[in-house]
Structure formats: structure tokens, C-alpha cells
Design a protein around this ligand. Structure first.
Ligand code: TPP
Length: 895
């Protein structure tokens, strides 16, 4: 390694070492005589003087590769050495049980997978949290919230086992959720999944990047609830333990500046910097810790580097001329990993052997001691000091960059190995070494059998563990889902205008915003409504809410808004209700999830409406929505300006034809694409009843459009059909063709019916399809019941269409796969029209002609079915000509 360190460079550049020494001595003298505040003040004065002199000087964001907290500044460990020793023993037991769980599962079924090395590296970081910082929810304290690194889950289960709230049987069914259930045992999810372990996990983090952004918005949402006086202010914290590799995900870093801007000192990130990810080193040729220090520090976070254990302190004390620090600054992560994977003699030769000065430092240690030199994230005292500093830091979030060894304690079998991430099998010899390393009281046979170990109830370890958790309010993680029904106002109170629209022109977006505005005024429910936008409130006609309920701002409004004179002025307020997130759909959905799960996380049900460009929802941030589903979110996602041909003008990247395909694949997401304001009213009412009153763990995806339409009043007895997915809006006695129109294209289907009846004297029936996905789900369930239970269940769509053999034409503003999903349950010849292909910038009329979904194309399609075998090709061409259709135009998917 031939590299010049920053310190060496500085030495080379130093033209007057004596002058440098004098300046440094001056700083030390100020520090001694007047303290750190004065020293900081002088430095900032120097910095501005330098700027004024045009020096363009900026402090380097990277500090040396050593701990931020000096030994003399470390908070003392509660319970002292005894507590440290006991907690180290507990951590060893947890490591063993976690390892045994994974290895056992994979011995039995090689395909189950699981991880040992991640928890092995994170165990101490978790344990200090569990023993000293993570406070559980109690009757009078809301509790801290912890986002757990997902593939460390085995360690969290291992702890729950010692705590007595998880059985050995459960541990033996790690990653066997289905077979365990059949035996009456709670199987254990691979990663934190509230959907599958609803009394245990709170936050799903299995998809990298989702934990970090969610934790930030969760901390922010807690402040929102406090500022709006819905939650009493309490010194609660959000802790997030994440991987250094995970920081490569864009979502991990996306909201760092929000956290500091909002001064979220209720937030602490602990980044487990074991320097490895799955395939290899995170930054082999550099320092991930330094890179993160720059990023977090630059974004305004309080950064604590926690790199070296206490046994390094005497080494640094001997490092009079900085050679040791110099060597650490220079040693890139790939090399640090190699050092982790090798033993004392190797490290003596290759690390301490680099210079005579280092050799001298190394000579004060035996090979065994060199081997055991701890990284900061494995030293309970150092971890405690860092957490203590973080927990007591005011005015900014804190990140702790904790350096660890991946596979810590796995010896030659796994520690620091490139392949350690996926290691799930260990030979007997490795297991015995692991036992000895952590001094576990297990016989060789018990090791061989991978027996779980739990000390006796009256052992010092168990007493300590229980005492600590009792002190901190109980066990964690724990998800509490109190059933807290919220009264839903009668539909007429907020949606009468939609139910009796009587031909009034409005778009469904306008109707939604009006309903929401009315709900916001409701005496009981109003304060629970959370409108969320990502810089599109004006687009959706929500600007009036700026004035009425205000935009949430933790600082209030520190400026006079330009439009103060207008009645709809841009009003920010500390108790503002709208979450205006700026241009971040990932951020907005994270806020939505925090609000949509508040019923379980805070025991406070909220009703979020996140209204966004439908194209930038499931397609862009679908995985965050999937995580919300896992978390049993309850709320409304409103895909506005929806429909591939209904959002005219905006073109290829804005026009959504696929969100309903994705939303249909989420089991607890109920999707609707209503045509009319009254349908929307019924859907919103039903959603509120199911989610707020009946406490069902479902959420709603509803698409609304910006196309103004004459809105009819609600038809009698339409409610059931609207909710089940289709209802008849225009019937005739003996229809020759049935048209199913969805969402904005129902209008085209109605016009097609007029053409068919007016020009071609064909009798039609028209149905409004509010949800192809609900119809399809019902169809699948009925079909299965018939097959398995020999029942006579009939799908709603079958019931509604079975009276006739007339062909059925369905049209949707989404890809054809959406209407195709009900094909199996349509008891007649069935043709689907949809909007497959890229959108285009043009008028709605041009787009609908292009995608062949306008009234004329629907009419032609219907005629082609009705006249099948009765008209010649030429006659059909004449009909097309009459309708001004070009039968030779290319298909919409062509390039
Ligand atoms: C979005 C996403 N991509 C990929 C993965 C697969 N994966 C799981 S853990 C992991 C490596 C994690 O490395 P790091 O964050 O450094 O954590 P460590 O295990 O080293 O502590 C990967 C790639 C995932 N879970 N989520």
C-alpha cells in the first residue's frame, strides 16, 4: 500500500512547523482557560475572517479515522464492569441461539436461507439499546420506536426467547411460517413482517432503504402529531439500526436534509459499518464511514464515529507522533476486512509491521490481544457512550457510524470473509470454536445438536435482562393494535352534493377534494384527517385547504407570503394539517404510512389521504406501498389525474395505464376506478367504515380524474354494485350487446350506446365497472369455493351478466390486462379494449382514437361482435367509414 495520508501531505506542505505549533498551542490555551464554547467561537470567527479575505477555505468534512468521543468524555456505563460482563454473556448467548436457529433450519431444509453474520456484527449494538435505551410503550409513555436491520431478525427472536415470550418451538420454526401454523406454533418470519407477526414486529424493513426513509418520516410525523396537539409531547425517540451497504439505496439518503431541517433530535440512526455487504466490501478502496460522515454531516446531522474499542485507547495514548492514526486513515476498508478475517500474527505483521513506530505499539500486545482488539461497535462501553451522546443531543438528528466485524466471533469460518453474508451452515469444529469464543456452557453433543440455550431463571443474566427491560417499560419489539373505532360521519354530511349531483359538472378530483374538505370540518373526525401532497395541491384544486387547515410547518411561518392578500393564501402553521412534502413521492408515501399506521404505533387512528399523480404512485414507489401493506396501513391513496387518455397533453411519462394492475396484486389494497362522484362518495364512505369503524386492515386505492363531466345523481340501490365492482347504469329489456365502461371511459361507453341505438338500432345495456380487481377477486374466490367446497357460489360479474348471451365489450383507460382479469367469470363472448402502449401528448379525443377506446371504436367493436358472420368485410369497412375510423392504423403498442 503506497499511499500518502492527509497527515503526511500536511507535513509536506507545512512551510513553518513552529508557526503551526504556536497556533495549535493558542487553541489549546483558549480551550483550557475559556472552554469549548469560546474555542468554537474563535474558530468560526477565524473562518469568517478567512472568507472575507477571499481565502475560499472550507473545513474538511472528514475527521480522522478515530472515535468522535474522546475516552475522557465518555458517559460511564450504568452498573459498571459487572453490568458489562453480564451483558456480554447475554450477547454471547443470543449470538448462539440466533446462529443455532439459522443453522438448524438449513440443516433440515437447505432451501430456507437466513443470515448469521449480520446479527453477529450487530448484536452488541442491539444489546446496548435493549439494556439501556429502547423504552417500551407503557400506559403513560408512548414508547420509543425501533427500526431493526432486517437480516438481524434471528437475534431479535433469540432475545424474545430469553425474555420468555417466544418458545423454543417457534425458534425451531424459523422461516417455516406455514408448516408451523399447521402445528399450532408461531413460525418466525425471515424479516420483520407485521402482517405475519402482528403482535411482534412494528416496521417492515426487509427491502433495503425503506427502513431509513420510513424512520425519518416517522420521527417527523410524531412531531406533527405533537404540534397539532393530538399527542402529548414526550421525549420519545425513533432509533434505526441499518447496514452500511444499505446506505447505497437512494431512499436511505433521500430524506437526510428533511431530518436536519426539521431538527429531529428525536431520531438516531445507528449504521452498522461492518464494511461488507452481500457480495463483498461496501467501499473496498475507500472508507464508507468517511463517506457517510460527509453525507450526513453535510446534511446537518450530528455525526458520531464509533470506530475503535477501549483496548485501542492505550495504543492511541502511545501514538505520540500520530503514526497509528495515520495508518488507520490510510487503511482502506477492503484491507480492514482482510485484517478482520485474519489472526493476531497476521495483523501484527501486516498492520503493526508497517513502520518501526507501529511495531513498537504492536509490541505492547500479545498475538492473542491483537486478535481480540475490538472495533467500536463491539465494545459495550463505547457503544453506550455514543448512544448516550446521541440520546442527549439537541437540535439535530444523530447518526452513529459504528464500525464492526461482519460475522464477529464466527472465527475462520466466517468473520470478515467475502462470503460470510450468506453463510448458514457451520461445521462441528466451527461451532465448538464459537461456543468457546463466547464461553457458552454447552457440551459438544449440545453443540452438535444445535440446542438452544436459556440460562436458569435465577441466573444473574436472566435477572439482569428482566430487570433492564422492566426498567425500560417492557419488551420490545411489540406491536399493539388496540381496537379504537372512530365514528364515521353519515355519508350525507360530507357527500350529499355528490349523491344528488343532478347533472352538475365537476371532475371526480374536485368531488374528492370537496368531500375531504367537508370531512376536515367534521367535529369528531376532522382532526384525524391528514391531507398529503407532493407539490401538487394546486393541480388537484386543493389550494383552498391552505387557508382553511394550513400547511404543517414545525417553524410556523417566518415570512409574509407574497399572496397574503388573497383568500387562498399560502398559509404555513405549526398546527397546520396538510403535509406538503415537496417533490418527493417517496417522502410523501412515507408520511402516509406513518399516518396510516398511527392507530397501532401511537394508539391514535388517523385518516390520511395522499393525493398524487397516479403515474408516480405504484409504478414509482410501489415497494414503499408494499411495505405499508405489510404494516397493515389504513388510509386512502388517491391516484389523481389518472387514466392514460384522460390526462390529456402530459404524454408518455405522465399518463398512467398500469397502476391498477399493480394495486390489484396487493392483497389488502382495495382498488377502485370510479366514473361518477356519487360512486366515489360511496367508496370513500365504505372505506372509512371498514378502516376506522370496523378496524379492518385494508387500505384503498382510488383513481380520480381531472375531466369535467355532468355528474348524475346516485341511482337507487346502486351501493352494493358500486362496492362489489359493477352496477348497471343504463338497462334495456333484451340487449343485443352489453358495454362495461370503467372510470373515465364509462362516458365513452354511454356515447357508444347512443351511437349503436341511434344509428344502428342496436339495443344496449351499459354497466359502470368501478373495480375490475374486486370483481376478479370475487370471481377467483367463488370459482375456488365451487371447486373445493362444491358450493354454488357465483361471482358478482357472472350473476349480473348471466341473463343473456349478448356479447360483452369492456373498456378501460388502463392496459387490457385490467379488464382481462374478469374474463373467466363473464358468461358470454367477451372483448376487452384498453390503453396498451406508450402515452402521447395530445387531446383526450386524439388519445382515445389512438388507443381505440373512444365511443366510435367501442361502437365499432360492438358491431363487429353483433354482426359477426352476418356482414362482409366490405360492409364492416363501410361501417368504419361511417364512423370515421381508420381500420388500417397501426396498433397502439407499435413503435
Ligand atoms: C431492496 C433490496 N435489495 C437487495 C436486498 C438483498 N440484500 C439483503 S441484505 C443485503 C446486504 C446488506 O448489506 P449491509 O446493508 O451492509 O448489511 P450487513 O448484512 O452487512 O450488516 C442485500 C443485498 C434487499 N433485501 N433489499
Amino acid at each position: 500500500m503506497d499511499m500518502t495520508s492527509p497527515e503526511q501531505l500536511i507535513k509536506q506542505l507545512d512551510l513553518d512547523e513552529q508557526e503551526t505549533a504556536e497556533w495549535i498551542a493558542a487553541l489549546h490555551s483558549v480551550l483550557e482557560s475559556s472552554g469549548p464554547d469560546r474555542a468554537r467561537f474563535l474558530l468560526s470567527q477565524l473562518s469568517s475572517a478567512a472568507r472575507e479575505a477571499g481565502l475560499q477555505w472550507r473545513d474538511a468534512r472528514i475527521t480522522p479515522y478515530i472515535n468522535t468521543i474522546r475516552p475522557q468524555d465518555e458517559a460511564p456505563y450504568p452498573g459498571g464492569s459487572d453490568a458489562v460482563a453480564t451483558e456480554e454473556t447475554i450477547a454471547g448467548i443470543l449470538r448462539w441461539n440466533a446462529l443455532a436457529m439459522v443453522v438448524r433450519a438449513n440443516r433440515a431444509y437447505g432451501e430456507l436461507g437466513g443470515h448469521i453474520a449480520s446479527y453477529a456484527s450487530a448484536a452488541d449494538l442491539f444489546e446496548v439499546g435493549f439494556n439501556h435505551f429502547f423504552r417500551a410503550r407503557t400506559d403513560d409513555f408512548g414508547g420509543d420506536l425501533v427500526y431493526f436491520q432486517p437480516h438481524s431478525a434471528p437475534g431479535i427472536y433469540a432475545r424474545a426467547f430469553l425474555e420468555g415470550r417466544m418458545s423454543a418451538d417457534s425458534l425451531a420454526h424459523y422461516r417455516q411460517e406455514i408448516s408451523a401454523k399447521a402445528k399450532g406454533v408461531q413460525g418466525l418470519s425471515s424479516y420483520p413482517h407485521p402482517w405475519l407477526m402482528p403482535d411482534f414486529w412494528q416496521f417492515p424493513t426487509g427491502s433495503m432503504g425503506i427502513g431509513p426513509i420510513s424512520a425519518i418520516y416517522q420521527a417527523r410525523f410524531m412531531r406533527y402529531l405533537e404540534h397539532r396537539q393530538l399527542l402529548a409531547p414526550q421525549p420519545r425517540k425513533v432509533w434505526g439500526v441499518f447496514g452500511d451497504g444499505e446506505m447505497d439505496e437512494p431512499e436511505s439518503l433521500a430524506a437526510l436534509s428533511l431530518a436536519s431541517r426539521e431538527k429531529l433530535d428525536n431520531l438516531v440512526f445507528v449504521i452498522n459499518c461492518n464494511l461488507q455487504r452481500l457480495d463483498g466490501p461496501v467501499r473496498g478502496n475507500g472508507h464508507i464511514v468517511d463517506e457517510l460522515e460527509t453525507l450526513f454531516g453535510g446534511a446537518g446531522w450530528n455525526v458520531i464515529k464509533l470506530l475503535w474499542g477501549s483496548d485501542w485507547d492505550p495504543l492511541f495514548a502511545r501514538d505520540a507522533n500520530g503514526e497509528l492514526v495515520d495508518a488507520l486513515n490510510r487503511t482502506v476498508d477492503g484491507q480492514l476486512q482482510t485484517f478482520a478475517a485474519n489472526d493476531g500474527p497476521f495483523n501484527r505483521e501486516h498492520f503493526f509491521g508497517q513502520s518501526p513506530g507501529l511495531q513498537a505499539i504492536g509490541a505492547t500486545l500479545t498475538d492473542e490481544e491483537i486478535d481480540r482488539l475490538k472495533r467500536g461497535g463491539h465494545d459495550l462501553r463505547k457503544i453506550y457512550a455514543a448512544y448516550h451522546a446521541a440520546a442527549n443531543h439537541n437540535g439535530a438528528p444523530t447518526v452513529i457510524l459504528a464500525q464492526t466485524k461482519k460475522g464477529f466471533g464466527m472465527g475462520t469460518a466466517g468473520q470478515g470473509k467475502m462470503t460470510t453474508h450468506q453463510q448458514k451452515k457451520l461445521e462441528q469444529q466451527d461451532l465448538v470454536e464459537f461456543r468457546d469464543r463466547f464461553k457458552l456452557p454447552l457440551t459438544d453433543a449440545q453443540v452438535e445438536n444445535l440446542e438452544f440455550y436459556k440460562p436458569a431463571d435465577d441466573s444473574p443474566e436472566m435477572r439482569h435482562l428482566h430487570a433492564r427491560r422492566a426498567e425500560l417499560g417492557g419488551f420490545m419489539p411489540r406491536r399493539v393494535d388496540q381496537r379504537l373505532p372512530l365514528a364515521v360521519p353519515p355519508i350525507a354530511s360530507h357527500a350529499q352534493f355528490a349523491l344528488e349531483a343532478d347533472g352538475k359538472e365537476m371532475s371526480t378530483t374536485m368531488a374528492l377534494v370537496r368531500m375531504m374538505g367537508n370531512l376536515l370540518k367534521d367535529a369528531t373526525l376532522g382532526k384525524h384527517v391528514v391531507p398529503i401532497v407532493a407539490d401538487e395541491a394546486r393541480t388537484f384544486g386543493m389550494a383552498n385547504l391552505f387557508k382553511t387547515v394550513g400547511i404543517y410547518s414545525s417553524q410556523g411561518q417566518l415570512y409574509q407570503p407574497e399572496d397574503i392578500g388573497s383568500i387562498l393564501y399560502y398559509r404555513e402553521a405549526k398546527d397546520g394539517q396538510i403535509l406538503e412534502e415537496g417533490i418527493t413521492e417517496a417522502g410523501a408515501i412515507s408520511s402516509w404510512t406513518a399516518a396510516a399506521t398511527s392507530y397501532a404505533v401511537h394508539g391514535l387512528p388517523m385518516l390520511p389521504f395522499y393525493i398524487y399523480y397516479s403515474m408516480f404512485g405504484f409504478q414509482r414507489i410501489g415497494d414503499l406501498i408494499w411495505a405499508a401493506a405489510d404494516q397493515r396501513a389504513r388510509g386512502f391513496l388517491i391516484g389523481a389525474t389518472s387514466g392514460r387518455t384522460t390526462l390529456g397533453g402530459e404524454g408518455l411519462q405522465h399518463q398512467d395505464g398500469s397502476s391498477h394492475l399493480v394495486s390489484a396484486s396487493i392483497p389488502n389494497c382495495i382498488s377502485y376506478d370510479p366514473a361518477y362522484a356519487y360512486e366515489l362518495a360511496v367508496i370513500v364512505d365504505d372505506g372509512m367504515q371498514r378502516m376506522l369503524q370496523k378496524n379492518e386492515d385494508v387500505f384503498y386505492y382510488v383513481t380520480v380524474t381531472n375531466e369535467n363531466e355532468a355528474q348524475p345523481s346516485m341511482l337507487k340501490d346502486a351501493r352494493e354494485g358500486i362496492l362489489r365492482g359493477m352496477h348497471c347504469v343504463s338497462s334495456s329489456k333484451k340487449p343485443e350487446v352489453r358495454l362495461l365502461g370503467a372510470g373515465p371511459l364509462l362516458k365513452e361507453a354511454m356515447s357508444a350506446a347512443d351511437l349503436l341505438e341511434g344509428i344502428f338500432s342496436i339495443k344496449t345495456e351499459v354497466w359502470s365497472v368501478t373495480s375490475f380487481s374486486e370483481l376478479a377477486r370475487d370471481g377467483i374466490a367463488c370459482e375456488r369455493n365451487r371447486r373445493l367446497q362444491q358450493s354454488d357460489d357465483e361471482a358478482w360479474v357472472t350473476q349480473k351478466l348471466k341473463g343473456s348471451k349478448a356479447p360483452v365489450i369492456a373498456v378501460s383507460d388502463y392496459v387490457r390486462a385490467v379488464p382481462e382479469s374478469i374474463r373467466a367469470y363473464v358468461p358470454a363472448h367477451f372483448v376487452t379494449l384498453g390503453t396498451d402502449g406508450f402515452g402521447r401528448s395530445d387531446t383526450r379525443a386524439s388519445l382515445r382514437d389512438f388507443f381505440e377506446v373512444d365511443a366510435k371504436w367501442i361502437a365499432y367493436t360492438a358491431l363487429a361482435e353483433v354482426y359477426a358472420g352476418k356482414k362482409t368485410a366490405d360492409e364492416m369497412r363501410e361501417i368504419a367509414a361511417k364512423l370515421e375510423l381508420d381500420l388500417d392504423k397501426p396498433i397502439s403498442t407499435s413503435v
